[in-house]
Design a protein around this ligand. Structure first.
Ligand SMILES: CC(C)(COP(=O)(O)OP(=O)(O)OC[C@H]1O[C@@H](n2cnc3c(N)ncnc32)[C@H](O)[C@@H]1OP(=O)(O)O)[C@@H](O)C(=O)NCCC(=O)NCCS
Length: 147
């Protein structure tokens, strides 16, 4: 775990972290679509592979998150976020590496993620961790917009 400037700990999410995670996501992500509302995303993740949802804590306070999923073929990363005041200290890197190790331990051989096409900073972040842009078209099908 990298802790260049700040002592951080990475733990599986527990419900005591909920308010901190919601506040962080409201700061880090601007996505008003109902299926991306923080409370809903947390509740859904707690129902499926809950052990693949991690928080970074400083003095017990949530400063970062990542979620992963594994379908038996591919692993996916979601919701990688670090509080603005804690960025560029290696916390995002530590979170991604932690989640990747957890996926690898499950037998996962490849990890995918999606970045918005106009989000150059996130692309640079993932590139620095070894992720490469692949020649694919990302497609999605929304199954329900709300609970
Ligand atoms: C992307 C994000 C998670 C990075 O978290 P972080 O803790 O600041 O990242 P790290 O300190 O671990 O950075 C590791 C490396 O990634 C690269 N990097 C990180 N942020 C970067 C940025 N804004 N621009 C360019 N490169 C960046 C750098 O190479 C960095 O190493 P360096 O600081 O030694 O130069 C954070 O900026 C964030 O929460 N953004 C908002 C949410 C988001 O966009 N999430 C990702 C999309 S799903």
């Amino acid at each position: 775990m990298n802790s260049t400037l700040t002592k951080i700990e990475i733990w599986p999410y527990c419900d005591l972290d909920r308010a901190g995670v919601v506040a962080l996501w409201n700061e880090a992500f601007a996505d008003p679509r109902a299926h991306n509302l923080p409370d809903l995303v947390i509740t859904r993740k707690m129902a499926v592979q809950r052990g693949l949802f991690f928080v970074a804590l400083v003095d017990g306070r949530v400063v970062g998150t990542t979620m992963a999923g594994y379908d038996g073929v591919r692993g996916w990363l979601h919701r990688v976020a670090v509080s603005k005041s804690y960025r560029r200290q290696g916390i995002g890197r530590s979170l991604v590496e932690h989640a990747v190790r957890a996926l690898k331990a499950m037998g996962c051989a490849k990890v995918n993620l999606q970045v918005r096409a106009d989000h150059a900073e996130a692309e640079a972040f993932y590139a620095s961790l070894g992720f490469g842009v692949e020649d694919r078209v990302s497609m999605g099908l929304t199954l329900k917009e709300n609970v």
